[in-house]
Design a protein around this ligand. Structure first.
Ligand code: FES
Length: 95
């Protein structure tokens, strides 16, 4: 029997890091690592999960990430965009 659990992550962020095309850009892993570290620095690693993902079928706009449950996408992400993305991801957790 499946059990319903309430204590899983409240938010998931998927970033393409191992698809066939856009993941060849070196920024993918760097962006993933920076996002993961910044979430941990804020102590939100048990609330927000940063996940590596395969191709999300937007290779021409990579690097891409999607935030759930919102279903919000960011494309052509640059390192300098990360602080704004972190602010967007964490705003509901920071009081
Ligand atoms: S390989 Fe990244 S979206 Fe396709």
């Amino acid at each position: 029997m499946n059990k319903k659990r309430d204590n899983f992550y409240k938010k998931h962020v998927f970033i393409c890091t191992f698809g066939k095309t856009c993941s060849t850009l070196p920024e993918h892993f760097e962006i993933f690592n920076i996002l993961k570290n910044k979430i941990a620095e804020k102590g939100l690693q048990n609330e927000i999960r940063i996940n590596k993902a395969g191709c999300m079928n937007w290779c021409s706009a990579g690097p891409v990430l999607v935030i759930y449950p919102e279903g919000k996408w960011y494309s052509e992400i640059k390192i300098q965009d990360i602080d704004n993305i972190i602010e967007d991801i964490t705003k509901e957790f920071i009081k």
